[in-house]
Design a binder for this molecule. Structure first.
Ligand SMILES: [Zn+2]
Length: 158
């Protein structure tokens, strides 16, 4: 079984205007994150096929497991508000000094949620990841970030 994990590191100056705008919206969302416990602000911007952008940011809670990551807030908000629309791409960013500058990655649960969103809509979701510097990690699919995700085949989880 071959496993691929293809991601590209791209300088933000080489991104399109639309890509830069999406990252900018994710940074705006990060500024509104509620992260008093971790101090790790995350913002996410989902672009739907229609062009609509849905924002999310991490929402923590003193009862720790009750909070939710920023990218999941965005993906779930998109699913709740626009259930029939495909997610084209998502930008996920963190300005936190705790984030690894050029290797900022979603947690495993968020990778699984992104992968299942792809499987539901039957098209890949392009993912942009950025911390504090100009380098943006780009993946053409969540499958690159979680090659061994749960999947359903013939009604059975694999
Ligand atoms: Zn997460």
């Amino acid at each position: 079984m071959a496993v691929t994990c293809e991601v590209a590191l791209i300088n933000s100056q080489n991104l399109s205007k639309g890509e830069v705008e999406l990252l900018g919206k994710a940074h705006e969302a990060a500024a509104n994150a509620y992260a008093p416990y971790s101090g790790f602000q995350v913002g996410a911007a989902v672009r739907l096929k229609s062009g609509t952008v849905v924002l999310g940011n991490n929402q923590e809670n003193i009862a720790y497991p009750s909070g939710l990551c920023g990218e999941r807030v965005a993906v779930f908000a998109a699913g709740a508000q626009f259930p029939e629309e495909e997610i084209e791409s998502i930008a996920i960013v963190s300005p936190s000094p705790l984030a690894v500058p050029d290797a900022f990655m979603p947690c495993g649960s968020c990778r699984q949620v992104l992968r299942e969103a792809e499987l539901r809509q039957k098209t890949p979701i392009k993912i942009y990841l950025q911390a504090r510097d100009e380098v943006v990690m780009v993946s053409k699919s969540a499958s690159n970030l979680l090659p061994f995700s749960f999947t359903i085949q013939n009604g059975v989880f694999k």
